[in-house]
Design a protein around this ligand. Structure first.
Ligand code: TPP
Ligand code: SF4
Length: 247
């Protein structure tokens, strides 16, 4: 008999991903699904999908899902969690959604220490709408709205959401990870699982920022994109635990 050595997590549906070649949204989906499988929470998990390329997350996760208007996922998740406290509620948001359109929602959900899990996918750009500059865009990075490179005199400096949210006394756990190679994917998995575990244990607001790629709008190949995360993004967005109230 053949032995299964690699399988799709139960928490992922059979719907094929629509993501571009080399986009790491797919890897991050898989890690979220593996964490749900391992914690056996799929049947009581409720995800909130954002706008942006991951808008179809509601098709991909095999758990109950809710769509939220632009940036409002943390507010929607707050409502769901308060009405259904025994369910495990998570948001999955891009940086345009979380760090720009929904800045207020994420800050106040964190300030209230809502017992939810936030997966924040930072690819330094608005992916879905054609590659506009995001608050997370690097200095000098070319985008459709900063064709000569982001100029901080005009547009300020990149917002480091994890560092900012970690300064709030209320937040429980904030970590930044990356999925540009196998070692880092494993670390990302650990962080995502912990962010769900914290909620199961009623510990409070947990956010994992995942550095992700957008080969299409960066104008790079999939392999070059992984190198760009390592060489250009990580120096600006250092990896690690920003806050862990367990420690
Ligand atoms: C208030 C408002 N702002 C912006 C948009 C357009 N919009 C929809 S999705 C999106 C991009 C979101 O990008 P991001 O959250 O970074 O996710 P990605 O596509 O990169 O994964 C934008 C700008 C909109 N429809 N309404
Ligand atoms: S546009 Fe960018 S973020 Fe969106 S699916 Fe393609 S590579 Fe991924």
């Amino acid at each position: 008999m053949m032995k299964v050595v690699f399988d799709k997590p139960k928490a992922l549906s059979d719907t094929p991903f629509h993501y571009c070649p080399g986009c790491t949204h797919g890897i991050i989906h898989r890690l979220v699904a593996e964490a749900m499988d391992e914690l056996n929470i799929k049947d009581k998990a409720i995800g909130v999908a954002p706008v942006g390329c991951s808008v179809f997350a509601y098709k991909y996760f095999n758990c109950d899902m809710h769509e939220a208007a632009h940036g409002r996922a943390p507010a929607v998740a707050t409502g769901i969690k308060r009405v259904l406290p025994d369910n495990i509620v998570f948001t999955y948001q891009g940086d345009g959604d979380l760090a720009s359109i929904g800045t207020a929602e994420i800050v106040h959900a964190a300030a209230r220490n809502e017992n939810i899990t936030v997966i924040f996918v930072n690819n330094a750009i608005y992916g879905m709408t054609g590659g506009q500059m995001a608050p997370t865009t690097l200095i000098g990075q070319k985008t459709t709205t900063s064709p000569y490179g982001r100029d901080p005199k005009m547009t300020g400096l990149p917002i480091k959401m994890s560092e900012m949210l970690a300064t709030l006394d209320s937040t429980y756990y904030i970590e930044r990870v990356s999925v540009h190679d196998v070692k880092h994917i494993k670390q990302a998995k650990k962080a995502i699982k912990k962010a769900f575990e914290n909620q199961v244990e009623n510990k409070g607001f947990s956010l994992v920022e995942v550095l992700s790629t957008c080969p299409t709008n960066w104008g790079l190949s999939p392999a070059e994109s992984l190198d760009w995360v390592k060489d250009s993004m990580i120096p600006v967005y250092p990896l690690g635990v920003m806050k862990d109230s367990d420690e």
